[in-house]
Design a protein around this ligand. Sequence first.
Ligand code: FES
Length: 176
Amino acid sequence: MLKEKHQKEIDDIISRYPVRRSALLPLLYLAQREDGYVTEAAMKEIAQILKLTPPQVYETITFYTMLNLKPVGKFHIQVCKSLMCALVGSDQLIGWFHSKLGIKPGETTPDKLFTLSVVECLGACGTGPMMQINEDYYERLTEQKVDQILSDLKNTGACPLKSGPFMWPEPSGAKK
Ligand code: FES
C-alpha cells in the first residue's frame, strides 16, 4: 500500500495544491516509481486518497505515455514519432531497434532489459530524431549512436550520449 510506505510524501504532495485532485499526476508518478508501473491496486488507492473514481484515474493514465499500465523493462525506450522527428527518420530508427533487439513498439526483450514504445512529441523537435530512455533524452540519433547506447546500457547501465532534459538555447558544449 502506498499510504503505509509514503504517507509523508503523499501529504506533502497534496499540500502543494489548492485542489486535492490536482495531486493526481505526482501521485501516479510516485506509484510508478515504486513498482515500475501503475498497478491496479495503486490506481484504486490513489482514487480513494483523492476522492476520485477509479475510471477518472484510469483515463488519466491512458492519456499520458510516461505512465505505464504494465511492467516495462529496466530501460524504457520511448521514440518520438511526431512530425518533426518523423521527417528526419524516426520510422527508420524504430526499424533499427527492431533489428537490434527483436522487439516492436509495446514489447519487451525476453531478458526484461529493454521495452520499446513510440510516443508523441517530447519537446525536442529541433534535435530529432530523438528518444527518451527512463529519465534521459538522447538526440540527433543515428544507427551508430543507437548501437552505442544499447551496448553501454547493457554493459554499464549508463551512456555518455544522453543529453538530459531538453534545453534551449543548447549549452555551448552540446554534441552535434
Ligand atoms: S517532434 Fe519529436 S520531439 Fe517534437
